[in-house]
Design a binder for this molecule. Structure first.
Ligand SMILES: [Zn+2]
Length: 111
């Protein structure tokens, strides 16, 4: 990307010219439409700066998003929940759960 970016107080990358959050911009590209205000973009690996397409998941609202973090906290400990964690043997199972949840949410909001 040509545009210059910076990292805001919350640890998210934004475009310097517009202050738009880069991960929300890229998520819109991924799903091919504008995000609704209530939709939350989640970083699958908990690394806020990993804005790769595979790492960005769109949840219909904050409540649905929170559920994933709560589950996360149970599996990886509270501390791990909002920061990155390495892949381990539970990651595959967790990933599958995320995919199912995401597909379900996506299906619901596009209907
Ligand atoms: Zn999240």
């Amino acid at each position: 990307m040509e545009n210059k970016t910076y990292i805001d107080q919350n640890g998210y990358r934004r475009f310097s010219d517009s202050d738009i959050l880069v991960h929300r911009y890229l998520a819109e590209k991924k799903i091919g439409r504008k995000l609704k205000k209530q939709e939350v973009v989640h970083h699958k690996d908990r690394n806020k700066l990993n804005n790769s397409s595979y790492n960005l998941w769109v949840f219909p609202n904050q409540q649905a998003h929170d559920k994933v973090h709560k589950m996360d906290a149970r599996k990886h400990g509270k501390k791990a929940s909002y920061k990155g964690f390495e892949k381990d043997e539970t990651a595959g199972c967790f990933l599958l759960f995320l995919i199912v949840i995401s597909l379900f949410s996506f299906y619901k909001i596009t209907l």
